[in-house]
Ligand binder design. Structure first.
Ligand code: ATP
Ligand code: MG
Length: 419
């Protein structure tokens, strides 16, 4: 029997307290899902979900008696969040599906562990750990963890028809934890049901896609999704562009210590077309910040790798660094693979792009020392002339690489005002 009692996350006194509270007087509570899976895979455990035979009201009552904070975060679907020493634990009553329509499930509370396991999506996500640390495996999840096989519980096409988001979850978990090829039955059922992805809410799709794109290496998952026609279904922008840039990007991230940024990975597989990207952002309901990232990228000017430092500073000043950094990162990644294939020129080009990127990373926009008030004080009447004069002086200041000080600019302004 596999036992996780010795694992640090399991020995956390806050968890011990929650499990003690749920495991008395005939009731049972067990850790389930991602925490068990990650622990068995040797990956750090972050949030801990718990399944229990107790009804949500009973969980609330027990928490009140024990002096544990309980928040009714989702009473209707059976979830109470218990908070101990600042750590939240989502405690959910065992459930079985009564009705599903591909997007929502109607559930009934139960005390049947087998039914609770079987309504989950993948075998590796349906493992429990009881209060003694023993792993309870009701669906063959342990063997699949060992072989890193991402597999649906039961019949893949039936499970997908219950909730089409599971197509994306299948590839997300494959991207993170799978090895070799995706499970054949899951792949086939996903491909067959792909046209149903458009019935899902944009928020759920983007949230899954983002998690998939955050995997250490999403390359293989994307390749299979593309071959199965699934990527085009959720991301038609990627159809002509392709996903060939992903391996170079992932390799560069590793070599240069960049964070795995799902936005940058997405930028690598869609064209830098402002209009299409705005439509993509609206369709997938990207946050304002995420949408801003893509529009900054698409509207950023192309940067020649041999650009002079002063010209580059002016570019950063005019366009902001954000979009230029995205362009440089993608260009650098592709120059680095070409350099690996032996091109001395590409190696030099990669070196120059890397220097430009470092400068862009350190860039702080200088503040133009004059304002409209200065122009008015110099005697120019309020009106379009004010803005014109300011922008003329700003250009002179830029052309001298930001080195003209305020006093000189004021004198120059006076000259202009005096005609
Ligand atoms: P992580 O939080 O690391 O992304 P997780 O496995 O905890 O992974 P969650 O999305 O938090 O994933 O879901 C918790 C558990 O609920 C899953 O492990 C799975 O058992 C079940 N689950 C979640 N979404 C679905 C779904 N769409 N269909 C079936 N079961 C699901
Ligand atoms: Mg989770």
């Amino acid at each position: 029997m596999t036992n996780l009692a010795g694992e640090d996350w399991f020995r956390n006194p806050a968890l011990t307290r929650v499990l003690a509270l749920l495991n008395s007087d005939g009731a049972v509570g067990r850790v389930v899902g991602g925490a068990v899976r990650n622990s068995l895979l040797g990956i750090p455990v972050s949030d801990i979900d718990i399944a229990t035979t107790l009804r949500p009201e009973a969980v609330m009552e027990r928490a009140a008696v024990a002096g544990v904070k309980a928040v009714p975060t989702g009473l209707a679907h059976g979830t109470v969040t218990l908070v101990v020493d600042g750590t939240p634990f989502e405690v959910t009553t065992l459930r079985r599906d009564v009705e599903t329509d591909g997007r929502h499930a109607q559930v009934a509370f139960s005390t049947d562990w087998q039914a609770d396991a079987e309504r989950r999506d993948l075998t590796m996500n349906a493992l429990y750990v009881d209060a003694n640390g023993d792993v309870v495996d009701l669906v063959g999840g342990l063997a699949d963890i060992d072989s890193r096989t991402v597999r649906f519980i039961g019949d893949a096409s039936m499970r997908i028809a219950e909730d089409y988001l599971r197509i994306l979850r299948f590839f997300r978990f494959f991207a993170h934890y799978g090895s070799g090829r995706p499970d054949a039955a899951g792949l086939k059922a996903s491909a067959a049901a792909r046209s149903k992805l458009k019935t899902l809410s944009a928020e759920r799709v983007w949230s899954e896609l983002k998690k998939l794109l955050s995997a250490a290496d999403p390359g293989r998952a994307l390749l299979w999704m593309r071959q199965a026609g699934i990527l085009t279904e959720i991301l038609p922008e990627s159809e002509k562009w392709g996903i060939d840039a992903i391996p170079a990007l992932v390799g560069t991230e590793k070599a240069l210590g960049w964070d795995a940024d799902p936005r940058l990975r997405l930028a690598a597989i869609v064209p830098p077309d402002a209009e299409r990207l705005a439509a993509m952002a609206a369709r997938l309901r990207l946050s304002r910040e995420e949408a801003g990232y893509f529009s900054a990228w698409a509207t950023a000017p192309a940067v020649a790798d041999d650009m002079a430092g002063t010209a580059f500073s002016r570019l950063l000043y005019r366009h902001g660094a954000e979009g230029i950094k995205v362009r440089l990162k993608l260009a650098l990644a592709s120059a680095r693979v070409r350099a690996e294939n032996g091109g001395v020129e590409d190696m030099q080009r990669a070196g120059r792009l890397s220097d430009l990127l470092n400068r862009a990373e350190r860039w702080q926009k200088p503040v133009f020392p004059l304002s409209g008030a200065d122009v008015l004080a110099a005697g120019i009447a309020a009106g379009p002339k004010v803005g014109e004069t300011l922008s003329r002086l700003e250009t002179e200041w830029l052309d001298r690489n930001f080195s003209v000080d305020r006093a000189t600019l004021v004198a120059r302004l006076q000259e202009i005002a005096n005609g």
